[in-house]
Design a protein around this ligand. Structure first.
Ligand SMILES: Cc1cc2nc3c(=O)[nH]c(=O)nc-3n(C[C@H](O)[C@H](O)[C@H](O)COP(=O)(O)OP(=O)(O)OC[C@H]3O[C@@H](n4cnc5c(N)ncnc54)[C@H](O)[C@@H]3O)c2cc1C
Length: 539
């Protein structure tokens, strides 16, 4: 990964990859593997040098901070009392995988079969399964559902809180079946998550795919390199312009991996999108592609926080914080102890009455009182039980606030626009309360922290959801794959109507998957790398 300056990057590249996140790191690795192609990887953020990135418990500081986090806010959400919701996005080598909660989930095979049925051959489970396996290095070893020689390390948790153990026991007594592998034979049930960690440390996409190939002569990585727009000759993308004006060119392709918010923003800034919107901002339309920024989807999450009467969770109070600091040597020298926690240690999948064949609700148990995404830290012990709805029908948009590439895009999630989404979430809250009421958790129950009153009827639950629901950080779908008028990329992820340009990241998902979105984004990029390299040579 020699050099990082613009001058050194003026040489000829075959591919320019924009964004070193979950997808961009995969492409940087796979496209340079044969040695035949020169690749430039551009990342807006700084290098991923912070020990807080490597140490799993650092997640609390990363999400609350803004050095590695491009903190977005939605527009006021009409169904959530006009609240603006916080949408953190990773901004460093590894992208959001450098600040995420490390939960390793693939989603449900049915999610991908639905993509294929929607007109995207090759993206069904039978097509994508091999890319999940290709990426995976599971410490449990290889088997019918897993692989142990891919780059992405997947491990069991090295530290579990008492609250995590009590949650699993309580959920089983509430009728949920135990499951020790949500990526195995069945997704349904409760247990501890496997995490993207290696030897007790975070395994981001950069750890897995980028750093091990840093010395390749044909890979050039630039950090603090924010792309302002794309450059074209006729209908062919030929390169990018950075903030500050430097231009860099690609002989073969520009590949946008800037994530579900920035990839559509970059297309719009480059004149690709809805003509009326572009006109409003004084941008010349290169291509009227109305689907750019449409079809935005996310998992809306409701957290209930309970004060406990014993030290079975983490806490922000002074004494437990000192205890956590005292475990630094245990982490440093043995890679064990509470600093290896990913926060969201246990959870599982369940059905609402609207689910159909496979689960549409997911639980995450955070072994700490989680207020305002960890930005508010009251003292005392408590756990936070999240539930999110996995297959919402509401659709939002990403659009421009201005033609200035330094501005963040406008995000309108439009949560709960479809009534059924609210119904499913209400059932989720009821199921979570049922779990909280079981003896295994009830014996630790000191008081409700939030909500502070009992949610005894539907109206109270609806009010609580509207006041407190938040994103669980899974935006996707804003550059949707498909072949209709509102699709943005075709099923080889090439942007419709132009040449030399692809989008490869979470934005291409036609519909959101039933689970966390990092492993699916990595699998998409693994498949894309093969599609790209299977292309005909340059004419
Ligand atoms: C706090 C948090 C917790 C999460 N927890 C989990 C979890 O536990 N498990 C899970 O599976 N998923 C989780 N996710 C979601 C998952 O991490 C993301 O879905 C996934 O990383 C998205 O990958 P991506 O490649 O689409 O985008 P990203 O990984 O976000 O990468 C985009 C990259 O592009 C860069 N970029 C953007 N604009 C530009 C530009 N103009 N020029 C140059 N570079 C640019 C960004 O800085 C970033 O590095 C979480 C996400 C967050 C934020």
């Amino acid at each position: 990964m020699p050099g990082s300056g613009v001058r050194e990057a003026q040489e000829d590249f075959d591919y320019i990859v924009v964004g070193a996140g979950s997808a961009g790191c995969v492409l940087a690795n796979r496209l340079t593997a044969s040695g035949r192609h020169r690749v430039l990887l551009l990342e807006a953020g700084p290098p991923d040098k912070s020990p807080l990135i490597r140490m799993p418990a650092g997640i609390g500081m990363l999400v609350a901070g803004n050095k590695y986090n491009l903190a977005h806010e939605t527009e006021p959400e009409a169904q959530l009392h006009d609240r603006r919701l916080f949408w953190p996005r990773g901004m460093t080598l590894g992208g959001s995988s450098a600040i995420n909660a490390m939960v390793y989930i693939r989603g449900n095979p049915g999610d991908y079969d639905a993509w294929e049925r929607a007109g995207n051959p090759g993206w069904g489970w039978s097509g994508l399964r091999e890319y999940f396996l290709k990426s995976e290095n599971n410490e449990r070893g290889a088997g019918p559902f897993h692989n142990d020689n891919g780059p992405l390390c997947v491990s069991d948790l090295r530290w579990k809180s008492g609250a995590g153990e009590a949650f699993v026991e309580a959920a089983v007594s509430a009728g949920h079946s135990p499951n020790d592998d949500f990526n195995g034979e069945r997704q349904q049930g409760v247990g501890f998550y496997q995490v993207t960690q290696v030897d007790g440390r975070r395994c981001s996409a950069a750890t897995a795919y980028l750093h091990p190939v840093a010395q390749r002569e044909n890979l050039h990585v630039m950090t603090a390199a924010r792309v302002a727009r794309l450059c074209f000759e006729g209908d062919r993308a030929t390169g990018v312009e950075l903030l500050g004006g430097a231009q860099l060119s690609a002989r073969r392709e520009v590949i946008l991996c800037a994530g579900a918010l920035q990839s559509p923003q970059l297309l719009l800034l480059s004149g690709i999108g809805d003509e009326a919107q572009l006109k409003t901002h004084g941008i010349d339309t290169r291509l009227h592609l109305p689907g750019v920024g449409e079809n935005l989807q996310d998992h809306l999450d409701v957290i209930q926080i309970v004060r406990v009467n014993r030290a079975i969770t983490l806490s922000h109070s002074p004494w437990p914080t000192i205890k956590a600091l005292a475990s630094v040597p245990q982490y440093r020298f043995g890679r064990r102890g509470m600093l290896t926690t990913n926060g969201a240690e246990a959870g599982g999948f369940s059905h609402s009455s609207r689910a159909g064949e496979y689960p549409d609700l997911q639980f995450h148990l955070t072994s700490a009182p989680l207020f305002d995404h960890g930005r508010e830290r009251p003292g005392g012990y408590g756990y936070s039980l999240h539930v999110c709805h996995l297959r919402p029908e509401s659709r939002g948009t990403v659009s421009l606030k201005s033609a200035d590439p330094r501005d963040l895009p406008r995000v309108q999630a439009r949560y709960l626009q479809v009534d059924g989404d609210l119904d499913a979430l209400i059932e989720g809250v009821e199921q979570a309360r049922d779990i909280i009421g079981q003896p295994a958790l009830a014996k630790y129950h000191k008081a409700w922290w939030q909500p502070d009153s009992k949610l005894s009827n539907r109206a109270a639950i609806v009010d609580y959801i509207r006041r407190h629901a938040e994103s669980v950080y899974h935006p996707v779908g804003s550059c949707r794959m498909g072949n209709d008028d509102h699709a943005v990329v075709d099923n080889e992820l090439r942007v419709h109507g132009v040449r030399g340009l692809r989008v490869v990241d979470a934005s291409v998902m036609p519909t959101i998957v039933s689970g966390n979105t990092n492993a699916p984004t990595i699998a998409i990029a693994e498949r894309a790398a093969e599609l790209i390299q299977g292309e005909q040579p340059l004419e």
